[in-house]
Write a protein that binds this ligand. Structure first.
Ligand code: 5GP
Length: 175
């Protein structure tokens, strides 16, 4: 697949960032190359069009926000953010978890999705799966259903998808 190779080639790898021992995959390399950005958007849109009845797109702070609104616009479905703690106004639900590097708390606005809606959660990268697992809990906590988690990149060796009770789609996998 030509488009997939263009996207893969545009992702930059940084060793020992943000900490010793972490191999960091940088999605912004894709955004610096418009051909790669469009190829990535085409591939993602092609996949989400195959999904059955998605009502809401949820994306994760902050690089998920690069992908979520594009999917939302294409499907004609609303976009809702899950953010790091303290950034969302109004009533929120909160979930804490362990990250590949550090600890974090994520929040969703309690009135952002009505109960029973079918949700697609989007982020740039799945590592240990902690962020995504917490996000699934948050969506469920406000009464909605997670249909699938979509990421651009998945780090297979960390086996994040085994933590997740829903299907995971990744465009690119690293071993
Ligand atoms: P997890 O919770 O799965 O361990 O980590 C995933 C979260 O951390 C995602 O929100 C992702 O943006 C960020 N993350 C972890 N490792 C990397 C990486 O190598 N590159 C990028 N871009 N994000 C990472």
């Amino acid at each position: 697949n030509d488009k997939l190779q263009i996207v893969k080639d545009a992702i930059k790898t940084y060793v020992n960032f943000p900490k010793e021992g972490i191999i960091y995959k940088d999605i912004f390399g894709v955004y610096q190359n418009v051909t790669a950005m469009r190829a990535m958007n085409d591939l993602i849109i092609n996949h989400v069009r195959s999904l059955e009845k998605i009502d809401v797109i949820v994306a994760l702070d902050s690089r998920g926000f690069l992908l979520g609104p594009i999917i939302s616009s294409e499907l004609g479905k609303p976009f809702v953010p899950i953010r790091k703690k303290g950034k969302l106004p109004g009533n929120v639900k909160r979930e804490s978890y362990t990250l590949e590097y550090g600890e974090a708390t994520m929040e969703i606005q309690t009135d952002s999705i009505s109960s029973g809606k079918r949700v697609l959660i989007v982020d740039d990268l799945l590592a240990t799966g902690g962020t995504m697992a917490a996000s699934i809990k948050l969506v469920k906590a406000i009464g909605a259903e997670v249909v699938e988690c979509l990421v651009l990149m998945e780090l297979n060796s960390l086996n994040g998808r085994s933590k997740l009770p829903v299907p995971v789609f990744s465009l690119i996998q690293y071993n």
